[in-house]
Design a protein around this ligand. Sequence first.
Ligand SMILES: Cc1ncc(COP(=O)(O)O)c(C=O)c1O
Length: 437
Amino acid sequence: MYDRARGLIPGATQLYGKRQEMTAPGQWPAYFTQARGCETVDPDGNHYIDMSMCGIGATLLGYADPDVTEAVIRRVRNGCMSSLNPPDEVELAELMMELHPWAQMVRFGRLGGESMTIAVRIARAYTGRDKVAFCGYHGWHDWYLAANIPVDPSEETVDRLGGGHLMPGLEPAGVPSGLAGTAMPFTYNRIEELRAIVDRHGSKLAAIVMEPTRNFDPDPGFLEEIRELATRCGACLIMDEITIGWRLWLGGAHLKYGLEPDMAVFAKTTGNGHPISAVVGRRDIMQAAQNSFISSALWTEAVGPTAALATIRKFQRVDVRSHVARIGEAARQGLKELADRCGVPFGATGHPALTFYHFDHPEAAALQTLWTVRMLDRGFLVAGGFYPTLAHEETHVEQFLGVCEPVFQELAEAIQKGDIEPRIGGPVKHTGFRRLV
Ligand SMILES: Cc1ncc(COP(=O)(O)O)c(C=O)c1O
């Protein structure tokens, strides 16, 4: 099926990270027919416990959560599209305002990158300025990929998005060259980099865009100074909560750190995998959306807001964030102990609820691929990290660690014998940006 897709769909899938080449080329199952709890079934009927990125972080309650699914089915039966608007979006707007006392208005979309683009458009409309300072990953849109367009034509290639923001090797093909110099990156917890941008471009800065956290907590004073810099230069401070939102704190990580941004953007798990996104913000700034044209037919369908209401109400009833932190911690502690015992140079970083793995070895990608392939044989999906869900229980972690033991022993043996790659039975996973042939 994946080979058929490659001939029909450029890049084979709609999400770069779901390419088979990113996990185990030729061996990763690639397609699902059913997904429930933390289990996925492929078209051949194989069942897998998902110990990977679990819906790429879009299903914090687990796959097909019964409460969300029931609400969505009810909505679908009653019709999800009409010439009129769904009242659910007004209820959702009120709920979002309840959770974000610093904000007074909200616009809804359906996708993450799309909603970051809405937020940046609003910031540009509000300030009448063009430039954006950013940290981290924010999607595929022109405002963001513009960071890789050379400002000076003598610079042949620019890889600003490689430095921890997106991925190395990404040409800004198809992004208008006129956007050169409009998007400037800075590194998390390196306030001096943002200070330098503000010193040089402050009067032209429309927005400072970042996640409140991704892999680490902010250094003391980091977020506070960012708030101050934004206020001082008149730029909108936009917090991207698309992946971290709801995972560490009800309403988003910015609330955990006591930060008041000008806008915050939610997507992905806001509807537990059903498309819905939200840009919440201060009234004066959000009203600038009316001076720009920001409008789409499918932003008015009803499933998204229905799913979000059911999902967020469940977040209010159930302490999901403590659960996923506990499961994430148990998995990574267990893996680290196993790795130490077997002599595998393995590490896990990030928040336990959003864990990333690495192998400190010259053949890190081959080791990761071999681990993935061996776990597939044993009924587990494993990739470069683990985003636990409410559906994962301690028993899943115990089962997973038990199965990992002989695999880590094999990884140690392969390192010792220098034959990691030949054991994979196929190519090594890709790293960085690559075209599929
Ligand atoms: C922080 C962040 N921003 C934006 C996006 C893009 O969201 P989407 O894939 O829904 O367009 C992602 C997706 O992984 C993300 O993690």
